[in-house]
Structures are given as C-alpha cells and as structure tokens.
Design a protein. Structure first.
Length: 155
C-alpha cells in the first residue's frame, strides 16, 4: 500500500534551496534558474495549482509580506540569484530602469528622446517602425540590412 508523503512547509522548502554562505553576503538560489538568470521557485497550492515564482520575489514575500501591485522586487547587489531579503527593495519599472542605468547595465533610459538612429537617419513618422512593445526602429536601416542580406544570398 502506498503512503502519501508529508509536505514540508513552503518556507522550509524555499530556504533549503538557498546557500547563505556565498560571497558579498548574497544568499544564492541553488535550484531552478530561468532563462533570464533569475531563480525559479515552484509552489503547489490547492487554490492556485502549480505556480512558478521568481525566487527573489518569493523571498521578499516571505520576509515582508505581499508585493504591492505594480511594484517590482529589485536587487541592491545586482546578483540575479540572490534571495537575501536585505539585498532586495521594492520599486516600479522606472526605478528599475534608473537602477539599471546607475549600475551601467544595458537599459533604454533616454532612447525615446533620441531624434536620430545610430546611422544618423531622422526618426520621422515615415521613417519609423514601432514594435508591439513600443520600441522604434529606423526603416532606412532596416532596408539597408535587407538589401545587404539579399546581396549576400545572391553571391
């Protein structure tokens, strides 16, 4: 006869997957890592079913309670797998982008203010292609890339 295993408390399951002896006092996530480099923690709750959470977000929730809607959990340490609640803080998307710029990571702050592309073409209504998420591309540059690609294909 099969016996049903007893489930550990969720917080115990979570903290068992953390190495608290990492450099810089980061508590590094030692379980699943998403493609974007952040830790992934799975819960299996009756009312929610199976759900994947960002490990840093779950750490914040365990230490501080629910994350207010519209806010993100950001890292002071800039270590995506760190789940040390002391290294985490709340902010919105703009805060995240400012933090990104201050830490010299790739970001899009100021891109919307640019009037010309990298090759010097002006962003006009007729020369600008907008993606679904609002990013602008220069139609003249797109045409140049397509022409080069066609030329390479014929050579």
């Amino acid at each position: 006869m099969k016996t049903q295993r007893t489930m550990k408390p969720i917080s115990q399951r979570f903290w068992e997957k953390v190495d608290k002896n990492s450099p810089n006092n980061c508590w590094e996530w030692k379980s699943a890592i998403r493609g974007n480099g952040y830790g992934a923690f799975f819960t299996h709750l009756i009312d929610e079913g199976r759900k994947c959470h960002g490990a840093h977000r779950y750490s914040w929730t365990l230490a501080n309670g629910p994350i207010p809607e519209g806010l993100w959990v950001l890292h002071k340490c800039d270590n995506r797998i760190c789940v040390n609640p002391e290294h985490l803080f709340l902010g919105d998307r703009a805060d995240n982008m400012r933090d990104c710029a201050n830490k010299k990571r790739v970001c899009t702050i100021g891109q919307s203010n640019k009037t010309h592309c990298l090759r010097g073409h002006e962003f006009t209504a007729s020369n600008t292609k907008l993606s679904k998420n609002g990013h602008r591309s220069c139609k003249a540059c797109i045409a140049m890339r397509e022409k080069l690609a066609r030329a390479r294909g014929q050579a």
